[in-house]
Design a protein around this ligand. Structure first.
Ligand code: ADP
Ligand code: GLC
Length: 493
């Protein structure tokens, strides 16, 4: 039987480039499909700042000159196979140079319009043809739009299906219509409220929502939330209207890469059978490394995050003194808005024995934190899925979260009567509600250590691999393939 061919298009993907969870998803999910039936490949820009290319042997597939936005551009398409997955890289010096994948919105709209158009342009030159284009976030929102536009003249593209996954509805790729028209080359036909116009602006994410065959997002709760005004970021009306093509599929993590038994980045490896002692050793080593007091009884709370409003740090700011005045330590690894970077720097200077602020990006240190901490704080205002809490659970670090999006779907709150649960949670976006749950977690840690330790084991035993979710994506692909087949078969007259 012929395989279903799926091409993921994304602006970031591990192990090559990562600024957030999107990269983890784009790089790890393709490995978990049933390879006898699905051939899932990935295409991304070949930014100058890509890493890890030494692990992959790049082969040039094609190069050509094309026009985009009144300039001539040289495009080089390369391919590499890593862990059995094919990756395609679209190279172009004009758009993809620089130390970071993103610049400012005006330039990024043009950059990703170019990327989206090139994804379609290179397809006829591959020896492999996708049945389904699976687009991720606003940067690839124009792929379904261009597919519907200039590419429809070519039979090659007929009946090609599209899926659009929302990883974060907050980021939509919007600018005034005149600029978006100029940057994308799309005609005024597309800039009406039923297409790419949203609240008088041009909106690339909206293009993806309107023109794709199916929409998914990264947890069931977030799929429901985004149909409400509070979480809908101005697009809740559209999402309600399109709900028959919308579904929520929770993210997983790469359980080979995030594996406390084999992780080369953690000093003391562990499994369920020895987690309690070995986590304590990791904690002692991290305390020493970061200059915190070497106190085994202080509950160590980790934060590994973009330091932005989304992640709920205004709640932390509000009660930071109260948090620090308990028997806890706080280890923060993150970068973001200076307000939060400085908040944590300030408290680290105030309480050097208790607070450590590591204001940079480090994959290895993030693993050390997941392994060493007792608890992990993620009080997000909204959270489409969240991967950090899954990584924490995998390393037996109990999340303290707000009940929103994927946090609600993946962290089961501790119930002291039934002795169930894998973490702690609170419902309202309220600093004192968060504080009381932190205090409760501290009391369980300090006074009922057996309950805590049992929870550590339950957390580690949960299955957060991609297996179940990959099956749900496969079901969507199967439905689209059935539609495709129907369209390709001429109806009996
Ligand atoms: P988001 O994608 O909204 O940032 P997720 O929880 O889905 O949130 O994913 C965040 C990912 O980025 C996790 O893999 C987390 O470990 C990682 N991460 C965030 N900040 C840092 C940092 N400063 N250093 C290392 N890893 C980080
Ligand atoms: C986004 C979301 C995060 C999600 C990630 C991967 O960055 O903020 O919640 O886990 O995408 O889907």
């Amino acid at each position: 039987m012929a395989k279903t061919n799926v091409l993921f298009a994304a602006s970031e993907c591990v192990p090559f480039i990562k600024t957030g969870g999107l990269a983890d998803v784009a790089g790890s999910l393709p490995k978990y499909f049933d390879r006898r039936k699905y051939d899932v490949r990935v295409i991304l820009p070949k930014y100058e700042c890509l890493k890890g290319l030494d692990k992959a042997e790049l082969q040039e597939v094609t190069r050509f000159v094309t026009g985009f936005n009144f300039r001539e551009q040289v495009v080089i398409l390369e391919e590499a196979v890593l862990n059995g997955i094919h990756f395609y890289f679209i190279g172009n010096d004009f758009y993809f140079s620089g130390a970071w994948p993103y610049t400012d919105m005006r330039d990024d709209i043009e950059k990703f319009a170019f990327f989206s158009k090139m994804v379609l342009s290179v397809l006829p030159q591959l020896s492999w043809k996708p049945d389904i284009l699976h687009c991720h976030d606003w940067q690839t929102g124009l792929i379904p739009v261009y597919l519907n536009d200039s590419f429809q003249g070519d039979l090659f593209f007929h009946h090609m299906k599209t899926v659009f996954t929302i990883h974060n509805l907050k980021f939509q790729g919007t600018y005034d219509i005149k600029t978006v028209m100029e940057k994308t080359g799309l005609s005024s036909y597309y800039f009406t409220p039923d297409k790419l116009e949203a609240w008088s602006n041009g909106n690339l994410l909206k293009g993806g929502l309107v023109y794709s065959d199916r929409i998914t997002t990264v947890s069931e709760t977030y799929a429901k939330e985004i149909m409400t005004p509070f979480y809908g970021e101005g697009l809740d009306g559209l999402l309600r209207a399109e709900q028959n093509k919308l579904s929520g599929i929770v993210n997983g993590i790469d359980t080979d890469f995030y594996n406390p038994k084999t992780d080369p980045d953690i000093p003391v490896r562990f499994s369920v059978s020895n987690a309690i002692e070995k986590k304590a050793e990791n904690k002692k080593l991290l305390q020493k490394k970061l200059g915190l007091s070497e106190d085994p009884d202080a509950m160590m709370i980790g934060i590994v995050s973009r330091l932005t409003d989304q992640k709920g740090f205004d709640l932390v700011e509000c009660v930071m003194n109260e948090i620090c005045n308990q028997k806890v330590q706080l280890v923060v690894l993150g970068t973001g808005t200076s307000r939060y970077e400085n908040l944590f720097r300030y408290f680290a200077s105030l309480y050097p024995d208790r607070v450590s602020a590591q204001i940079f990006y480090s994959e290895p240190l993030s693993h050390e934190i997941y392994a060493a901490c007792d608890a992990f704080l993620m009080p997000s205002l909204f959270e489409p899925c969240g991967l950090s809490q899954l990584m924490s659970l995998r390393y037996g670090t109990l999340p303290i979260v707000r009940e929103t999006g994927g946090l609600k779907d993946t962290v089961e709150p501790f119930n002291e009567f039934t002795k169930t649960g894998t973490g702690f949670s609170f419902a309202n976006y309220n600093a004192h509600e968060m504080l009381s749950v932190i205090r409760y977690a501290v009391s369980v840690y300090q006074e009922r250590r057996d309950d805590w330790n049992e929870m550590v084991i339950r957390a580690m035993e949960k299955d957060f691999s991609w297996k179940a979710s990959a099956r749900k994506y496969q079901a969507i692909y199967d439905e689209l393939m059935a539609d495709k087949k129907r369209e390709e078969t001429p109806a009996d007259i």
